[in-house]
Design a protein around this ligand. Sequence first.
Ligand code: SF4
Length: 465
Amino acid sequence: MNAAADFKTRAQTLTRDLRHRLLIQTALRKYEVVRDRTKAQFRDWEAARQAAARTKWEAVNHLDKYLNELVGKLEARGTKVHWASTGGQAREIILGIIREKKARSIIKSKAMTSEEIHLNEALEEAGFEVVESDLGEFIVQLRKEAPYHIVFPAMHLTRGDISELFTRELGSAPTQNPEDLTMIARRVLRQKYINADVGLTGANFAIAETGMISITENEGNARLTAALPKVMITLLGIEKVLPRLEDLALFLPMLATAGTGQLLTCYNSLYGGPRLTGEADGPEKFHVILLDNHRTELLADAEQRDALHCIRCGACLNVCPIFRNVGGHTYGTTYSGPIGSVITPHLRGLQDWKHLSYASSLCGACTETCPVKINLHHHLLQNRRNASKQKPALIEKLAFKGYAAVVNRPGVYQLVKKAGRVLQKIHPLVRGTRADPAYGWTKTRDLPPIARQTFKEYWRGRNAK
Ligand code: SF4
């Protein structure tokens, strides 16, 4: 696998795909309008961002303390807590629970951590039926695709695409009506909930103070996933912990506003343990799996630790000019866009995934929009620096040596500048062809002309007047 070459190929194809670009940009423009309207309802959005960043800093910098508190409270109410150091361990734990229960079918609500550990593939390989219950996830599962976006998994599809898919896969009549399409999926899913032996969810937050898992969603599917099957499994990254219950008063509206432009997501639920005697619903057994999968290595990196503050709102993807042009699948990763480019090298290897840190204009729009103030575009620069420190590319080394040799010698610099001015006159003859020494650049971009006058020349001329 060459992730960088695959990224480049897909990016080149999709940037030329005008239908795809129009679809994504139209969707994201609508998002921007509602997000701005909702943000304006905050008395002070900047103060809210500061407070959220402070709280996440506190949680992440005292993760040991808050995780122990969370686990103690969950266990006291009869929840079985598991620690998974790797994705492989998490899959084994989940398979173990499912086999012990002698389950056949699993219903899932949205969980990016399960995408991260490739859970569906592992469950299907082991012979279990696994069904996504979030509408967008259900759609991409039918298409055998990964989610396109961490919040909007099927944003790359039109109603027509979904209608065609349902007709082909579910045998439904074609329709462009969103309500009808939803009802088709709902009819299929209702039976799946009833048949499922195990429900698997992700989590948006985990509250240390009360030992509760917070799940926020718009369709009510996570509630059904948690309430109907006899066994509930929640898989979450260790960074999801928040110190106090009252922190949700800030984080739930911030996540909704930054994520979808809603003031509050429709359903906000808290789960603290299995069903107690006398309770009408809920699982008989509740398992919580705390996933590390390289997060503690990121925690040990004082410079980039704040990437663990991420609440997966997807806002940085929405504003990123690269994401808006190349789309989510191009990245080939679970987490795409700026946050994906920052954390994937930590999760899956710096050398194999460093190219994502170069897929950025460094405009800073991601950092500016992030509700928990992660310094995203600086982290992209740090990834670039770390990658070239770890394994310098020969061509880069030579280029920078050459550059230093020129700029450190004023005489040579003057000579190169004069030669550049002459060469740029004949450059149009070869521009954009294989004979062009700057072909790598000029095949898709213009080469800016050398200024007619340098600052020094200007200054000398000014003083001579
Ligand atoms: S990095 Fe910030 S903006 Fe991006 S998904 Fe995470 S919280 Fe949202």
